[in-house]
Design a protein around this ligand. Structure first.
Ligand code: GDP
Length: 177
C-alpha cells in the first residue's frame, strides 16, 4: 500500500492574522517544519503552508494562510477568510499595541469570516518574558470572555507552537462531528 503526503480525511483552512511583526510567519514556518509544503505563493502577497496531524484515527490537514506582509499596506481581502474554519489571532506579548489591535482583527473576522470560526488567541514571543507588556491573566480572561482558546507561545523557542495548532485543529474536528 502506498500513501502520499496528500492523503487526508479532513482539510481545514486556517487564517493567521495579527499585526505586522508579531511573528506570524515564524510561527507558521516553525509549525510546518519537517513536513513543509509551500503550496502557493501568489503576487497579491498571500501564501500558505500545509501540514497534516492525526486526530483520533483521522488525518487532519491544516492549510494555513499567512498574509506575507500584506497587512502592512492594505486591508486583507475577504478571500483570505473565505472558507476558513479556524483563525489564529497573534499578538506580541512585548508590544501592547499589538494586543489592543486584536479588536481590529476581530472586526475583520466578524465582517468576513464565518460566524462559527474557531479562534485561537496566541501571545507570541513568550521567550521575551523580561519585556512583557501584557499579563498572561489579562489575555486569558479576555480570551475566556470571547470564547477563544488561548496560549502563549514562542516561535523562537518552539514553545507551544505545536500545541496551539493541535488544539485548534482538534477543536475544529470535534465541532464538525
Ligand atoms: P510577521 O510580520 O507577523 O509575519 O512576523 P515575523 O514572523 O516576520 O517576525 C517578526 C520579527 O519577530 C522577526 O524579527 C522575528 O525574528 C521575530 N520573532 C518572531 N517570533 C519570535 C519569537 O517567538 N520570539 C522572539 N524573540 N522573536 C520572534
Amino acid at each position: 500500500v502506498s500513501s502520499t503526503i496528500d492523503d487526508y480525511d479532513y482539510l481545514y483552512k486556517v487564517a493567521l492574522i495579527g499585526d505586522s511583526g508579531v511573528g506570524k510567519t515564524n510561527l507558521l514556518s516553525r509549525y510546518s517544519k519537517n513536513e513543509f509544503i509551500l503550496d502557493y505563493k501568489c503576487t497579491i502577497g498571500v501564501e500558505f503552508a500545509a501540514r497534516s496531524i492525526h486526530v483520533d484515527d483521522k488525518v487532519v490537514k491544516a492549510q494555513v494562510w499567512d498574509t506575507a506582509g500584506q497587512e502592512r499596506y492594505r486591508p486583507i481581502t475577504s478571500a483570505y477568510y473565505r472558507g476558513a474554519v479556524g483563525a489564529i489571532v497573534v499578538y506580541d506579548i512585548t508590544r501592547y499595541a499589538t494586543y489592543q489591535n486584536i479588536e481590529h482583527w476581530l472586526k475583520e473576522l466578524r465582517d468576513y469570516a464565518d460566524p462559527s470560526i474557531v479562534v485561537m488567541l496566541v501571545g507570541n514571543k513568550a521567550d521575551l518574558g523580561h519585556l512583557r507588556a501584557i499579563t498572561t491573566d489579562d489575555a486569558k480572561a479576555f480570551a475566556e470572555r470571547e470564547n477563544f482558546f488561548f496560549m502563549e507561545a514562542s516561535a523562537r523557542d518552539a514553545l507551544n507552537v505545536e500545541n496551539a495548532f493541535t488544539q485548534l485543529l482538534t477543536q475544529i474536528y470535534r465541532k464538525a462531528l
